[in-house]
Ligand binder design. Structure first.
Ligand code: SAH
Length: 375
């Protein structure tokens, strides 16, 4: 806990972590109304469905290590198993470290830019059991690739797809642009709230699927869908919220998202779930909504789920101009949420319900879903 720094609250018992988060929400959001008691996890361990490990050669120990970067540094803290990460994923990463030695493959060296394996990314669909392994390499050359993949599958028959992602840039981003499927379909499928979702290596997917169902159920309750509503899913990722809404009573859904890979997944997801009333478009949510406001587009309900930075000012202004009856704001940062709620409150929106959900036990991160209605 002290070395890694990823779990800032692990010194507290789980009930006290929840109390800390409740208190923080109260301080930041209490001025807008009552903050409902945070919805915590029954078993707050091994909840992460996506695990990322950095690889390096440790000169002092004389061996390859894998693990996480120490908070705000580029020093790797070796990790074999972690209480927040999926256990299957952790085991696969340890196996890959062993295989590197057997195949005489090197870990990437950040200082010289030489070497082979930079990172391993594992994603697992908790409800389907499907597993994706992404080997992020510093060079496209992968000697004994076929044999390596065979060996890995032998050790872990639960793996359903393996990819190589080439990242030859001096960057702290994990994934590079080029991607090659080495085994299987190149994506995994998971199920949430009765919908099936295709997840690719690069697209965003909520990392705690158990609590995501809790979060989305609240979001649907707040949206009060009756079968007729025209719904916008802003910052829609691979379309999860919009498609769950389409299944649970939205008349029609439009999703907007910046990442083109995620939009492709969203379109495919709509098709695979047989949703004929859901469409997705690629672009900046603010610019999209500004244009929609000019064209006098109207939505009954807008779901918005921006990244930590919150929504842009142009997005909020255009949102108020479109005047949806209800807004369901899903936020992963109560500070930017508080800022944005202030803007919406000053522009004809009433904040009716504030519900924190613990998506990231042991860390300081707080997720909230807020229901707003137009005055
Ligand atoms: N609603 C989705 C994804 C939420 S994460 C879910 O629940 O799974 C936030 C998403 O916003 C990411 O997919 C990110 O790519 C996207 N995003 C970031 N900035 C954006 C912008 N300016 N316009 C549209 N989408 C953006």
């Amino acid at each position: 806990y002290r070395k890694c720094g990823g779990c800032q609250l692990q010194n507290l018992s789980y009930p006290r972590q929840l109390a800390w988060k409740q208190d923080r929400c109260q301080k930041l959001l209490g001025k807008f109304g009552k903050v409902s008691p945070i919805l915590g996890m029954e078993t707050p361990y091994h909840y992460r469905n996506k695990v990322q490990a950095a690889f390096a050669y440790d000169k002092r120990r004389g061996r390859i290590i894998s693990g996480v970067y120490q908070s705000s540094t580029h020093k790797i803290v070796p990790v074999d198993s972690c209480q927040t990460e999926d256990e299957t994923a952790d085991r696969i990463i340890v196996s890959i470290r062993g295989l590197l030695k057997d195949f005489k493959l090197q870990a990437y060296d950040e200082d010289t830019g030489r070497g082979f394996l930079r990172h391993v990314l594992v994603k697992r669909g908790f409800s389907t059991g499907q597993v994706m392994v992404v080997l992020v390499t510093g060079t496209p050359v992968f000697t004994a690739k076929k044999h390596f993949v065979e060996k890995l599958r032998e050790l872990h028959p639960e793996i359903t797809t393996i990819l190589q992602n080439v990242n030859d840039k001096r960057t702290s981003l994990v994934l590079g642009e080029r991607e090659k499927v080495l085994y299987g379909p190149g994506y995994i499928v998971d199920e949430l709230c009765g919908c099936r979702f295709r997840i690719s290596a690069k697209s965003f997917y909520q990392i705690n699927p158990v609590q995501t169902e809790v979060l989305y159920s609240k979001a649907m309750e707040f949206a009060e869908l009756s079968g007729r509503e025209k719904v916008l899913d802003a910052y829609c990722g691979i379309g999860t919220i919009g498609l769950v809404a389409a299944k649970h009573g939205a008349g029609q859904v439009l999703g907007v998202e910046l990442n083109p890979d995620a939009v492709k997944d969203a379109i495919q997801n709509a098709r695979e779930n047989g949703m004929k009333n859901a469409w997705f478009t690629c672009g900046d949510a603010g610019a999209f909504l500004e244009e929609a406001a000019l064209e006098r587009e109207r939505w009954d309900v807008v779901f918005m789920d921006p990244p930590r930075a919150g929504a842009s000012r142009e997005f909020l202004t255009a949102l108020c101009a479109c005047a949806p009856k209800r807004v369901v704001y899903i936020s992963c940062d109560p500070e930017t949420l508080s800022r944005d709620l202030g803007v919406l409150q000053a522009n004809h929106y009433k904040i009716e319900q504030i519900q924190p959900v613990d998506m990231f036990p042991h860390t300081q991160h707080i997720e909230c879903v807020v229901r707003l209605t137009r005055k």
